[in-house]
Design a protein around this ligand. Structure first.
Ligand code: PGA
Length: 237
């Protein structure tokens, strides 16, 4: 899978231009496009009109369906605009909005209940990595997935220090950490054959292939490099 996370970037025109560029790929069915919420509707219209096979995802979701919550976006609204996935727990939201496990569990829960598939992000900070806490932190974050299954859920390993920095861990590290995550999920009762681990953090056209080829990695979550249609096309092949 290839997830394009546009974060707070783009415009109506950029969305259409981007979809036009990547529509020539044979791997569109492996792509999930996550533009800002505002552009989901027109992306969906474009995708339907051109009969493209890529899926749409939101970058976040609220943990309730249609309650009195100013500014809220519910799973049913996302489904209404053709959205099949939602990113949950991205480090930018964990840090900026102090999103904690309790909130994230509620978000995962409502998504799975309402039929939105989850891309659950986890990752250690540089400080945590340097103090040898990576595995402990990742296990703690993964515990939010206790009681759920991996059938409609993917875990994206995104070291916080690798996001937008141009730095990625060694391939051996990505591989070892992904294996570790698989084992931790199995320990939480997830079925091995359903587990999907994505890697994210400074993925671009120059490093995507070697990361994607790692046995334990089933896909990539791409931020900055996904904004450029030509580069994203190179990444997805
Ligand atoms: P990046 O972002 O590819 O720009 O590092 C990835 C992400 O934060 O999802």
């Amino acid at each position: 899978m290839f997830v394009a996370n546009w974060k707070m970037n783009g415009s109506s025109i950029a969305v259409k231009e981007w979809l036009n560029i990547i529509s020539s790929s044979d791997n569109l069915n492996k792509c999930i496009f996550c533009p800002p919420l505002l552009y989901l509707k027109e992306a969906n219209e474009f995708i339907s009109e051109k009969k493209l096979t890529l899926s749409l995802g939101a970058q976040d979701i609220d943990p309730e369906n249609n309650i009195s919550l100013t500014g809220g976006i519910s799973p049913s609204m996302l489904k209404d605009v053709g959205c099949k996935y939602s990113i949950i727990g991205h480090s930018e939201r964990r840090n900026f909005y102090k999103e904690d496990s309790t909130l994230l569990i509620n978000k995962v829960s409502i998504c799975l209940k309402e039929g939105i598939k989850v891309i659950f992000c986890i990752g250690e900070s540089l400080e945590e990595r340097n103090s040898g806490q990576t595995k402990e932190i990742l296990s703690q974050q993964l515990r939010a997935l206790d009681g759920f299954s991996s059938e409609n859920l993917m875990v994206a390993y995104e070291p916080v220090w690798a996001i937008g920095s141009g730095r990625i861990p060694l391939l051996e590290d990505i591989s070892e950490t992904s294996d570790y995550l698989i084992n931790e999920l199995i320990a939480l009762g997830h079925k091995q054959e359903e587990i999907t681990i994505l890697y994210g953090g400074s993925v671009d056209a120059s490093n995507a292939k070697e990361i994607y080829q790692l046995k334990a990695v089933s896909g990539l979550l791409i931020g900055g490099a996904s904004l450029d249609g030509e580069q994203f096309l190179k990444i997805i092949g």
